[in-house]
Design a protein around this ligand. Structure first.
Ligand code: SF4
Ligand code: SF4
Length: 395
């Protein structure tokens, strides 16, 4: 039996009902319970015993993408994430976990187990004949273009990539999606960091960062994953952590209770990239700012634009909704296919207006979602992780 975690009413009551969070919420669809203010009010009523915790209440909570844009815009510093982890934990204890969350979170744990890695390495070999994105029917009735496992998943694990004239050591926390689907992006990060004089250490036995579990209120599973990862990371000597997935980066900086520096690779490029020779050909590019990069990791989006502008000759076309949610949010897009697709469509149409040839981003989940959206809504641009775009132009 999991221990009960109390919802701190004093935190929820900091909400002054201004409604500012409505304007930035990707899940808002006209009902009070479909954005932060209403969801917090429901939580308060449930905790006070004024409202039973029914599946109708849980539906409003399940529609939250945990993008944390409400927290980012809130003038009264309402700590939505802290409250909502506890809300979802309460929901899990009273109503159980829905089948998609249960299966999805278990799949993330399996992917990084010994058996999972063996199976995925085999799948990577077999799927070489498939196109890069495969149309997959999802249990909630929608269809998504999903990446196939990389041809050599986990191949950068357990290795140290030494820089010439090493100035510092970075531990690269790759994250599940880079490990399994986008290994080349991991190689790009290593190439860029090595060029700047950073030795890159990729630990051997890292599991999921646990953020998906935490955001679903599965605190026990998160704690287990965190303890495992901390034990593994303690084996290495490093100066800072580098990530190419802002959800991992957010968990490592906010939830691992360690006094360490966690940097997005793009921040390092922005700060030190003048030393690199990045040569473009006048490509028109646009950028999607992943929600967790500024809400959880607290990276200033100007750092991403700064990194892109290190490429000589690149033509940056900012989209008007560059900072809005892409509609992925992990399992949320599977559990809420209609909402997810509505947000995704708006995003793709906005990028079409920029006439960009490339839409870049710094989150592998956003790459998946934007590629799926570009196919569904017939966009001409190519979606790339910023690390790949930069590494391909490095001379
Ligand atoms: S922005 Fe903050 S204070 Fe205003 S309604 Fe939303 S949560 Fe409450
Ligand atoms: S976390 Fe995102 S989806 Fe959830 S209430 Fe806040 S803004 Fe809306």
């Amino acid at each position: 039996m999991e221990k009960e975690i109390l919802i701190p009413l004093d935190l929820a009551q900091k909400c002054v009902k201004c409604g500012l969070c409505k304007s930035v919420c990707p899940s808002y669809h006209g009902e009070e319970g479909s954005f932060a203010r209403g969801r917090l009010a429901l939580a308060e009523m449930v905790v006070k015993g004024e409202l039973p915790l029914t599946s109708e209440v849980a539906k409003q909570w399940n529609e939250c993408a945990m993008c944390r844009r409400c927290e980012w815009v809130c003038p009264n510093d309402v700590q939505y994430k802290e409250i909502f982890i506890k809300v979802r934990n309460l929901q899990k204890q009273n109503l159980g976990e829905d089948i998609v969350s249960k299966a999805g979170l278990k799949a993330l744990e399996f992917m990084q187990s010994k058996a999972g890695r063996t199976a995925l390495k085999l799948a990577g070999k077999i799927s070489k004949v498939l196109p890069s994105e495969v149309k997959v029917p999802l249990p909630t009735g929608s269809v998504k273009f999903m990446p196939k496992p990389d041809g050599k998943p986990f191949s950068i694990r357990g290795k140290t990539f030494k820089a010439k004239n090493e100035k510092a050591k970075l531990l690269f926390f790759t994250g599940c999606m880079i490990d399994v689907f986008y290994t080349k992006t991991g190689e790009s990060v290593i190439k860029l960091m090595n060029s700047l004089g950073y030795t890159v250490i990729v630990p051997e036995d890292i599991k999921c960062c646990g953020a998906p579990h935490l955001y679903h209120g599965n605190v026990e599973a998160f704690e287990k994953l965190k303890d495992h990862n901390l034990k593994e990371m303690e084996r290495y000597d490093f100066d800072a952590i580098v990530v190419a997935c802002p959800t991992c980066g957010g968990a490592l900086s906010e939830d691992y209770s360690k006094d360490w520096e966690v940097l997005d690779f793009a921040q390092i490029i922005n700060r030190e990239g003048d030393k690199l020779k990045l040569v473009g050909k006048g490509e028109k590019v646009s950028f999607h700012v992943p929600c967790h990069s500024y809400t959880a990791m607290r990276v200033n989006p100007s750092e991403f634009y700064g990194a892109i502008e290190k490429v000589d000759g690149v033509d940056l076309k900012k989209a008007s909704k560059a900072q809005s949610c892409c509609g992925f949010a992990g399992l949320w897009s599977i559990k809420n296919p209609k909402l997810s697709q509505k947000v995704q469509k708006e995003k793709i149409e906005d990028f079409k207006e920029t006439e960009a040839e490339y839409v870049l981003t710094t989150c592998p989940g956003c790459v998946l979602q934007l590629r799926d959206g570009a196919k569904k809504f017939k966009a001409n641009f190519e979606v790339k992780h910023l690390a790949d775009f930069l590494a391909e132009r490095l001379e």
